[in-house]
Write a protein of this length. Structure first.
Length: 221
């Protein structure tokens, strides 16, 4: 919470820390592109039968592209890449006292479509978002023995190599965000937000909530 509070205060003070400038650009009918950093908080959802998941916090990279239909309404797509560490406790279905512990690192990708409502028309505005999409998670844990594949290389001849299949899944995620946006001279902008997205895993599996802070620098065109 300390990180979230500090980030919010910086965003509130941003207009007073930035040099004075005239503003005449209208967001309506413009495209936005941004790149930034994302801090995803940890979560520890419980499954059933003694299983659990402890997802650690992590820093990642984020991209966004969107279109402003008006100065207040926009539609955009998010693309986030993270690699959080995790601890999974897996309990045997027939004997819950028989458990297995896994300490490893996820490969995580979030792809979402979201709608944004800007409260104000001017260069500095709070905004709210609602979104939905998919979160792909690769456990990086092998789900069986190695698989060997062979092919013919034009220089090196006949080559065989082994690789492991891993436990991975793609889950529906939904949620929203609150944030602040400040537009600079020349068509660029700074944006910060706090979001919460729920993974809809289904069944008895643990369903984490992905809470994240995102800071972005972008361009309008």
């Amino acid at each position: 919470m300390r990180i979230a509070t500090t980030t919010f205060l910086l965003l509130v003070l941003l207009p007073t820390l930035t040099f004075a400038q005239g503003y005449s650009r209208d967001r309506a009918k413009t495209w936005d592109f941004s790149i930034g950093g994302i801090y995803q908080d940890g979560d520890s959802p419980d499954g059933t039968g003694g299983s659990s998941l402890d997802l650690k916090s992590d820093l990642g990279i984020a991209f966004n592209i969107g279109y402003n239909f008006t100065s207040k309404l926009a539609l955009s797509a998010d693309f986030d890449f993270l690699s959080p560490k995790y601890t999974a406790i897996i309990a045997d279905e027939n004997d819950p006292t028989n458990t297995r512990r896994i300490d490893h690192k996820f490969s995580q990708f979030n792809g979402r479509i979201k709608g944004t409502f800007h409260l104000l028309d001017g260069p500095f505005t709070p905004f709210a978002e609602l979104g939905a999409g998919w979160t792909y998670i690769d456990s990086n844990v092998a789900d069986g023995p190695p698989v060997t594949g062979c092919w013919w290389h034009p220089w090196w001849g006949y080559i065989c190599s082994g690789y492991y299949r891993t436990y991975s899944q793609t889950e529906f995620s939904y949620g929203g965000a609150l944030g602040l946006r400040y537009e600079l001279a020349g068509g660029s902008f700074i944006r910060g937000s706090y979001s919460a997205y729920r993974l809809d895993v289904g069944g008895d599996a643990a369903e984490p909530t992905l809470n994240a802070i995102k800071l972005e620098y972008g361009w309008s065109f």
